[in-house]
Design a protein around this ligand. Structure first.
Ligand code: SF4
Length: 454
């Protein structure tokens, strides 16, 4: 059985605009630099060659992939880096014609940094290959990595990872998850909590990490609601969240609860605009879909009286338990499954989590998560210009509303329903396989080819 997928792996504090195209490649580049250091060949490196395949090669520039790779080679990590420093990595490397490889200066040649968007490697559409050569042209190290979505990176030849502790309540399906909850007579979040403690060995550590994740999500919303301007890239997309918030704030207090849906969508705009700007953001479970879960959680706090402690535990852990099913049994990657894998999964996670903190039973939670995914099936990924802006930002706001609708429907029932969450996850997987690669984060179809560039 594959490792248990921890909430602390699904929700990571990083940078925008893309988990698979920014966070993953940055981690891969850092791993490559560290491997050179570990095998003592770093001082001999004279030349680097970097190749980006498939979706990374096709939309890498719009997703900040080149900046991320260069920052990773410099030794920066998504969790701790200064986003502004990452945003200028390409410019400073090209201008100085020099890589900074873990502090060592190496000559940079543009011809050695290749965007091979029309070529794919068999294992996954998001592939990166790094090669380092000595002054004599000898190959010192070559490594291929796959950025498989959500910032997760897999090496072609597996890098030894420490074995994780076994969890008390392993599950491969929603049916098994619900069985644990029923047998233990407890909540889904409590099942996930016990697993996290077993994995990480320390209750305090898990609680602090979850609090930090929720704090980063909230800060991202607040920053997005107060920042105006234009998003990076030639599309010149204006930020809208701050104006939305100003317009909503100007309404009378009596109307406040009636405006909750609009606020929900403004929260999603705020996060996705921060993400598109390359700012600090929580991957949830990807960056393209990073607005939905925080927006729904913030809505729960602002309009449904759910406290921060409950969000940092029950909301996030329920969302992660559902998200782990998508990652394990289908995909959370737009390059692999289209936008149904990113926005659909996030919408489903948010719906299940909101149902949980509003007092839903495990069956109602499963129902809410299922409804939310069912109506995202077939959703394609076609970002205009390769930027995570159109349709991504608005799409997160719409999906946050869908999550809320799914919860309302589920809480009106008793949890019994015809199509199970496991069935809809498998349907999403199959639909993703059938989907043309034009609609899987390559910007070769859909809106990406029909929106006229000016
Ligand atoms: S269209 Fe969807 S999957 Fe594609 S980049 Fe945008 S949010 Fe991600």
């Amino acid at each position: 059985m594959p490792d248990y997928i921890s909430a602390l792996d699904l929700f990571t504090i990083g940078i925008g605009p893309s988990s698979s195209h920014t966070v993953g490649p940055m981690r891969a580049a850092l791993l490559f630099a560290q491997a050179l250091d570990a095998n003592a060949s770093l001082p001999q490196v004279d030349r680097l060659q970097i190749e980006l395949y498939g979706s990374l090669g096709a939309t890498g520039p719009g997703h900040g992939t080149s900046n991320a790779i260069l920052a990773g080679l410099e030794g920066l990590a998504p969790e701790t880096c200064d986003p502004e420093s990452v945003g200028t990595a390409w410019q400073r490397t090209v201008e100085s014609k020099t890589y900074r490889l873990l502090g060592r200066s190496i000559r940079f040649d543009l011809a050695d940094f290749k965007f091979l968007g029309r070529q794919t490697l068999p294992r996954h559409s998001n592939a990166l290959k790094f090669a380092a050569f000595s002054v004599d042209g000898d190959e010192l190290l070559t490594q291929t990595f796959y950025s498989v979505g959500g910032g997760f990176v897999e090496a072609e030849h597996s890098i030894e990872k420490p074995l994780r502790a076994p969890v008390p309540f392993a599950f491969d399906s929603a049916v098994e998850l619900l069985e644990h909850a029923t047998k233990q007579n407890t909540k889904i979040a409590d099942i996930a909590w016990q697993n996290e403690i077993a994995l990480h060995g320390d209750q305090e550590f898990v609680a602090e990490r979850l609090k930090a994740i929720w704090a980063a999500m909230s800060s991202c919303i607040n920053a997005g609601l107060s920042t105006r301007g234009t998003l990076p890239g030639y599309l010149q997309v204006p930020r809208r969240a701050a104006d939305m918030a100003a317009a909503l704030s100007a309404q009378s207090l009596q109307e406040k609860s009636e405006l909750s849906n609009q606020w929900l969508q403004a929260y999603a705009f705020a996060v996705n605009e921060q993400n598109a700007a390359g700012a600090r953001v929580v991957t949830a479970p990807t960056n393209g879909a990073a607005g939905i879960i925080p927006a729904v959680a913030f809505y729960a706090r602002q309009f449904r009286g759910v406290g921060d402690a409950k969000i940092a535990k029950d909301f996030l852990l329920t969302a992660a338990a559902i998200g782990s099913l998508y990652k394990r049994n289908a995909s959370i990657s737009g390059a692999e499954a289209g936008c149904q894998g990113e926005v659909g999964s996030a919408c489903s996670m948010a719906a299940g989590a909101l149902a949980a903190v509003l007092g839903g039973t495990p069956a109602q939670i499963e129902n809410a998560a299922e409804i939310a995914m069912e109506h995202n099936l077939g959703l394609t990924c076609d970002p205009v210009g390769g930027f995570v802006q159109m349709p991504c930002i608005e799409r997160n706001a719409i999906a946050a509303g869908t999550a809320l609708s799914a919860v309302r429907l589920a809480l009106l029932g008793d949890g019994s329903h015809k199509i199970s969450l496991d069935t809809v996850i498998e349907t999403m997987r199959q639909t993703g396989i059938d989907m043309s690669s034009k609609y899987k984060e390559t910007s070769l179809g859909g809106l990406a080819v029909n929106v006229v560039e000016c």
